[in-house]
Design a protein around this ligand. Structure first.
Ligand SMILES: Cc1cc2nc3c(=O)[nH]c(=O)nc-3n(C[C@H](O)[C@H](O)[C@H](O)COP(=O)(O)O)c2cc1C
Length: 193
């Protein structure tokens, strides 16, 4: 059987992003678990703020169609999101909103969310590690898009101090939570193949 394909999406394009750093650590963990991993940057999928008038005039931007195809080319997806005011940042919500608007001939709406497994992680310098963003993203993906989101998740607290010089997670608790997430996403994604 060919390797399971996992897509890792950091929800921040900021230089020095803690979530991009966590996404890189997670991508390594998926690769070590035998997955074929793709890590993208949302900077490569430049999207205007969703506007229904813009969609009516110009349709869905090409970048949204391409992002949807990236999702569709993988069996499992990990989204690593920052927390902004106890929710997800506009970069993440806007990307999900645009992808949810893509319609392709013969493909039911939102199918790309329905037929693969999703997982979430967050990194924040605060004590709760972006738990509010994870709650919001779980709602967006499950209630909004009908996605299967695995129960395991990682909220990396005090993220500024969480990585060692080799970009590994310092605390066994964090490393174990990431490993459990990796295995569960692979298991659930395999079951959905
Ligand atoms: C508008 C805004 C709101 C924020 N709200 C929260 C918050 O509610 N909880 C939290 O832990 N951090 C909050 N932060 C801090 C971010 O989580 C922090 O800047 C984080 O490093 C951003 O992720 P990144 O490093 O991947 O870019 C907020 C930051 C901004 C800019």
């Amino acid at each position: 059987m060919s390797a399971i394909k996992i897509l890792v999406i950091p929800g921040s394009i900021r230089t020095g992003s803690l979530n991009a750093r966590l996404a890189a650590v997670a991508a390594k963990a998926f690769a070590l678990a035998g997955a074929d991993v793709t890590r993208i940057s949302l900077a490569d999928y430049s999207l205007p703020l969703y506007d229904a008038d813009l969609e009516a005039q110009s349709g869905v931007p090409k970048a949204a169609v391409e992002l949807k195809r990236q999702l569709g080319a993988h069996h499992g997806v990990l989204m690593v999101t920052p927390e902004y005011n106890a929710s997800v940042p506009p970069l993440v919500k806007n990307a999900v909103d645009w992808v949810s608007r893509v319609r392709e001939r013969g493909v039911p709406p939102l199918e790309v969310f329905h037929d693969r497994a999703y997982a979430m992680a967050a990194a924040s310098d605060g004590p709760l590690g972006g738990t509010g963003a994870l709650m919001a993203l779980r709602q967006i993906l499950t209630l909004g898009c009908g996605a299967t989101v695995i129960p395991r998740q990682l909220a990396l607290s005090f993220a500024g101090q969480a990585f060692d010089d080799d970009d590994r997670l310092k605390l066994p608790r964090d490393a174990e939570a990431l490993q459990a997430l990796v295995w569960q996403l692979i298991d659930v994604a395999q079951a959905m193949m």
